[in-house]
Structures are given as C-alpha cells and as structure tokens.
Design a protein around this ligand. Structure first.
Ligand code: T1G
Length: 701
C-alpha cells in the first residue's frame, strides 16, 4: 500500500497516464494494456505529463516508464487508416526531446517502432536485460515515422540502421547497449526504481540533455557515399522484391546521413504518409491483425480445457512424417516414428539428422542441440509402440483405403483419450474418423512441405471433433511455432481447394493461347515466389502420374511420356541448364500448339490482365464459396492460409483482402464476363453477388 506521501505525490493525468514524484524525480507511468500502444489517449497524457514536469521547478528529471508487460510496443496500429488525432507521435517525441529536464526512458518487454522512437527522443535510455528493441514498421509496409529513421543512424551508424529498419527484427538489450541505443542495463525487475536512481545521478552530476538529433560522429563518414546504400539495395534486391517500404526506409536513412536533421524529418514524414495511405501497408496491417484473429474460435472460448500432450506418435517417416516429427522434437516433446519397412525408417531418421546437421552448419543450432533433438526421436516398425502416445499423427501416402486401415488399427491400439490426427491434404476427415469408435478425438492436422519450415497448419474440424481436442490442437500448433487455422471438412480444405481453380485456369490459358512462361511471369510479377508451371517442375511432373494410365490428354502427361519430369530430369515445362536456371522450351511450345490443334482450340492472344484475373478472381470466388459453406470462420483466415502456405505476397493481404481491394463489384463483373465466354466454372458465388450488390466486403461478415 502506497504511503500517504506517495499517494499524495501521484497525479492521474488521464485514464492511462499517471505522474508521480519521488523527490526531485518525476515518474511518468503509462498503463494501457495489452502492450501500451501509443494511442491518442497515451499521447495526450505524455504531452500533458511533460508540460507539467517542465512547469514544476521542483522536478529535476523525469523517468518515462510503462506498467504491465512491456514498454510502448509502437504506435497504435488500429488507428492507421482512420482520421489522424493530435498530438501525433512526431509532435510527442519532439516535446519529450525539447523537455528542459532530462527524460530517462525505462525499457522492459518489447520497445518497438514508435515506442523505440519515443525512447530515442529521451535523453537517456535504460533497459533490463530481457528487454528487446526493434523497428518492425517495415513488416507493416511502413517506416519509423516519428524520427526513428533520422535518430537511429545518428546513434548506430547507417549500416546498422539499414539492417534494423529493413529487417524489422528485434535485438536484445545487450546488443542495443553495444550499439549505443541503450545507455545502461539495469537489474532485471528493478524498474522504475533503478531508473529513478539513475535520474538522481544525472541530476547530481549535472549531466547534459543528450539529444540524439545533435549527434553526427556516426554518420559523417558516410556522407556523400551513395555506394553504401546502392550496395545495400543490390544485396537485398531479391528479399525486397515487390515491397515498397524497404526502399522508402533506405531513402530515409540516406537522408539522415546527407541532410540536416529537420530536412530529413520532413522527408521521413512525406514518405511515411505515402506508405500509410498506400495499398501495401493496408494489406500488411490487415495481415497483422488477421494473424492474431486465427486463434479466436467463436464457439470455443479461451478457457476451454486442453488435453495433456506429453508424447507424440507419427506414422510415416517420409518427407512429411519426418518434417512433422522435427516440429515436436524442436518443442522438446518425445516422438515415436512408425514405419512399415526398416529401410524406410532408416532413411527417414537419417534425413532428419541431415536436416538438423545442416542447420547446425549454418550456426542456427549447436551440435548438442542436434543430439538432444535426435534423442527425442524413436523409430519403430510396430504400430503398438504408439499405445502410450497422447497424440498420433498419420502422415502416409494420400490414399483413403490405406488411411482407413491405419485408423481402424490405431483405434484398437491408442490409449483412451489419445488424439488421432490425419495429415491428409484433401481427403474426408469424417470418413476417416468413422473408422474409429472415438470420432470426437479425430481431426485433421494438415502440415505443409517442408513441414519443419512452413508456418501454416490447417487444423481440420470433423463433424464430431470435441472442442477440447480442437483447443488442444490449436494450442499445440502455437507451441510448435505454427500459425494454426481452423477449417472445416471439404475436398482440399481451404488452401488446396482454392489452388484447384488457379491450376485449372493456368492449364486452360496455356491451351487457349498463352505459354507456361507467360502465366508464370504474370503470377511472379504479381508477387508469388514462382508460377504454377515452374512450381510443378520443382515438385516433379510425375506426382500421381503413371505411364500405364497416361493418355496424352494434357501437356503434363505428354511431357511425362517424353521423360520431361521437371527439374530433376533437367526438363519439364522449361529447359534447365546445369545451374537449374529455367528457360522457355521451343519443344514444349510445339507440344502445346499441337495439343491445342488436336483439341480443336483456335489459339488467340491473351493479355496479362486476363491471365491474372482468371487465375486470381476464380480463387476469390472459391474463397467466397468456402465462407458460404462455413469451411472457414472468417475471410482473413483464408488470407492467412494463402500467405503462410502458398506464397501469396503479404503486401497484397491475401486473396480475399485483395478481392476487396480490387472491389467485389469489379471481381463479380469480370467473373460474369468469363462465365459468359468460358463457362460455368466462373459462376459467381451467391455470397459474392450479395456482398457486391450491398457494397460490402468479406470482412464485414
Ligand atoms: N497497436 C495496436 N494493437 C496492438 C499493437 C499495436 N502496436 N501491438 C499489439 N497489439 C494488440 C494485438 O492485436 C493483440 O490484440 C494484443 O495487442 C496482444 O498482441 C510511427 C508507424 C508487442 C511483440 O509493429 O509485434 O510504431 O488480439 O497477441 O504475441 O513509427 O504484439 O489480443 O485483441 O501480438 O505477446 C510498430 C506490433 C507499430 C509491434 C507482443 N509496432 N506488436 O506480442 O501479443 S507501427 C509493432 C507485436 C509504429 C511509428 C510506427 C506484438 C508484441 P488482441 P500479441 P504477443
């Protein structure tokens, strides 16, 4: 309980900001859960707080501290795209920097974005060792718009500043101190007391009001050396492809080096305004909140009890089984992998070890880590070895009969209460569950290859799956570092179901007049890492193909018949040189012309716009049907599936968000036009028609 004096020394400036006095030191505390985002209310409180401390002659120094789990985690992202409220953050940081009393920032948790900018405007910065710092704005399609791009280079130099603002990654308090961002590390859990003590020292030693804006020693050497920035651009061209924000961040850091502070600030402001009002940032902000929405399931509350999972069983040591096993071993869970044949088990375990060893070679884990994870993995040729597992995931060949046989056996072996999951990519989970006497404990856990790398996990809810089982699977997904999206049962669930219309149109376009490299170029330029035909060559054209059943009906079949199976044979839709560099193939062009002729198709010139619309709008349409059928809870979940599982460019927000950005009325009009010309495949979903006619979007559902 505060002493009477302490209570008397506290002034509540507004609901989230409080000013207290500890002798000659004022403590400005912000308490705005969950992450002390710099909302309008917080900004108002800070400005009023500094006004009061400036006006009070008894105050000799100010400590800026946040209550709760973290120092300011940035501007309030939910305010972007809405009418701006003053004071805005640039005004707040200028007022703090201009304070006549030294302001000491006390960092704990994650001091990010506008939060770190606020700290850089303070005259001193302290941090507990567990604190993290960073400028994640670029991940929101933005740049640090409150002086961060001008103050940071003055503290750490242009090279480090470029890394920090274009990667968006967080650094430790120790690294921040070594770079000069943080002046001193204080004992863990000692804030704000240790900051108050530091403030007293600043006063006692009459230390100067250190303003970062006045520093020059870290940037003068880089002045007039554009090669620093051009080399950085070249070195990161591939990583920054399609994104607008990285280049804008680079231009700001370059300005920090070459322009006076206030001119640099003006450029930063101008470029920030361009980005924040642009489509890319709107898309990336949508994704920020969408990634947090996926965990919220309307009929399964956060306090739904979960089932204990201490031991995991995996059936199948192939590419998927191996990758899935690594996820659980990485999370410290013992895994038993069952295979039918000893050589397959041997191969599976050695592939896992090789993967870990190559990660260790890249310095991303130690040799001890490799051994620790391999020790968590046990191989077996006997299904009954899974009898004491809490969760068993079947990851065998995509064949319903085989999966049904396995689940029948599993039902007899697995202990009561064990969760039985299938990693099927397409098949009916209800049918598989019906092979057991515990369908309420059966669901789909659809991983994406390589399963130890890809972040996406489609959790497939069967018609009888128990809510605790779903809550357990979602929680486990988070534990193994996945972004789990709950989907319903239909052919191909969300991701693969929407992939089919895109593949269908890609194949049709090639017979009607385009070439595989045209379709790939359009989707590559749209932002996908590669187009469908290059992707097919990478995966191998003979997946699911056999010479016995091949009829030469599709380009793919003909290529396989001619032993052009993709990259692995040096030829597929493309020809590949010794460095696996792809180039269009004259032979494939002829095969396509001949097949069109054989099918009586008169080829025509096809525009890039038509290629894009047919491939992408048919996906949006399928997504609308998925929402209609309740296979996905919300449209943003579909966006998260495609961004994290199928390479949809994050700066386009996902297929459903993109459909809304284009305008559902426009998408509808184009679909109707293609339906009239090309057939019922383009028949617009009823939901799309309704929303377009009401002028609403998917996110308003
Ligand atoms: N604004 C608004 N809401 C936020 C927020 C923010 N900055 N950060 C988090 N939230 C919400 C989030 O939506 C969730 O809500 C809850 O807080 C918990 O978050 C001018 C332009 C801090 C590392 O990009 O990275 O400053 O779902 O689930 O996993 O230069 O949140 O519970 O309703 O993520 O513990 C820059 C964003 C902004 C940091 C904590 N800052 N946040 O992670 O919790 S732009 C960021 C994070 C800017 C200036 C510019 C993480 C976290 P709900 P959570 P967490």
């Amino acid at each position: 309980m505060d002493t009477a004096a302490e209570a008397a020394s506290r002034t509540r400036i507004n609901p989230v900001v409080e000013l207290a006095r500890d002798g000659e030191v004022a403590v400005l505390t912000v308490d705005s859960p969950p992450v002390n985002a710099l909302s309008a209310q917080v900004r108002e409180g800070l400005v009023e707080g500094i006004r009061q401390t400036d006006a009070d002659p008894a105050v000799k120094a100010v400590v800026l501290h946040c209550a709760g789990r973290t120092f300011f985690a940035g501007a309030d992202i939910s305010e972007f795209g809405k009418p701006p409220k003053h004071p805005n953050l640039p005004e707040v940081v200028d007022i703090i920097e201009a304070s006549t009393k030294p302001v000491i920032a006390a960092l704990h948790g994650t001091a990010l974005g506008g939060g770190l900018e606020t700290a850089l405007a303070c005259h001193y910065r302290l941090a507990v060792p567990s604190a993290k710092c960073g400028f994640p704005e670029v991940k929101l399609g933005l740049l640090p718009g409150a002086g961060g791009t001008q103050r940071l280079p003055r503290l750490v130099g242009p090279e480090r500043a470029l890394d920090l603002v274009t990667s968006g990654s967080q650094i430790s308090a120790k690294a921040a101190q070594e770079m000069g961002i943080v002046d001193e590390l204080v004992e863990e859990g000692s804030l704000p007391a240790s900051a108050i003590a530091f403030a007293r020292k600043v006063v006692a030693e009459n230390r100067p009001l250190k303003k970062v804006r006045d520093l020059d020693d870290k940037i003068e050497a880089a002045r007039g050396r554009p090669e620093i920035f051009d080399d950085f651009r070249k070195a990161n061209a591939r990583k920054f492809r399609g994104f607008q924000a990285p280049e804008y961040n680079i231009r700001c850091v370059e300005a920090a080096v070459n322009l006076p502070f206030d001119e640099g600030i003006r450029l930063e402001r101008q470029l920030f305004q361009e980005l924040v009002s642009g489509e890319q940032s709107a898309a990336q902000r949508h994704v920020f909140f969408a990634e947090r929405q996926v965990w919220k399931i309307p009929d399964i509350s956060d306090d739904t009890p979960t089932l204990p999972v201490k031991k995991v069983g995996i059936i199948g040591a192939g590419t998927m089984g191996g990758g899935i096993s690594m996820n659980f071993a990485n999370a410290g869970l013992p895994v038993t992998i069952v295979e039918a044949k000893p050589e397959a088990l041997e191969r599976g375990l050695s592939v896992i070890r090789r993967n870990y060893e190559s990660t260790a070679k890249k310095g991303r884990m130690t040799a001890e880590d490799v051994e620790r994870r391999m020790e968590l993995l046990t191989g077996s040729l006997d299904l009954s070895a899974l009898a004491d597992c809490d969760l068993i995931i079947e990851a065998v060949f995509e064949n319903m009969a085989i999966k049904k046989e396995i689940f029948t056996k599993l039902d007899a072996i697995a202990k009561p209460g064990a969760i039985l999951a299938t990693n099927t990519s397409y098949l009916n989970v209800n049918e598989i569950a019906a092979m057991t006497k515990r369908p309420e404990h059966v669901l789909g856990m659809h991983f994406f290859s390589p399963a130890n790398v890809m972040r996406l996990l489609e959790v497939v809810r069967g018609e009888k799956t128990d809510k605790r089982v779903i809550a357990t699977a979602m929680q486990l997904g988070r534990k193994i570092g996945k972004i789990a999206v709950l989907v319903g049962v239909c052919h191909g669930f969300v991701g693969n179901r929407m992939l089919e219309p895109r593949q269908r149109e890609a194949n049709r376009l090639v017979l009607e007049g385009a070439m595989p490299w045209d379709v790939d170029r359009v989707l590559y330029d749209f932002g996908f890492p590669m187009g469908p035909f290059a992707m097919a060559d990478l995966a191998g054209l003979d997946i699911g193909w056999s010479r016995e059943t091949s009829k030469g009906e599709t380009v793919r079949e003909i290529l396989c018949e001619q032993d052009r199976r993709g990259q692995k044979t040096g030829a597929g839709f493309y020809d590949y040189d010794e460095n696996r560099k792809a180039k269009p193939s004259g032979l494939v062009e002829q095969i396509i012309l001949d097949l069109s002729a054989k099918k009586g198709i008169t080829r025509r010139a096809i525009s890039d716009q038509e290629i894009l619309e047919r491939c992408v709008y048919s996906m949006v349409n399928e997504g609308a049907k998925i929402l209609e059928e309740g296979i996905a809870i919300r449209s943003s979940d579909i966006d998260i599936v495609w961004i994290n599982g199928y390479g949809w460019p994050v700066y386009r927000g996902g297929p459903m968000f993109y459909g809304e950005q284009v305008g559902l009325a426009k998408v509808l009009e184009r679909l109707r036009d293609y339906e009239a010309k090309l057939g019922p495949e383009f028949k617009p979903s009823a939901l799309l028609e309704r929303l377009a006619s009401e002028g609403r979007g998917f996110r308003e559902l």
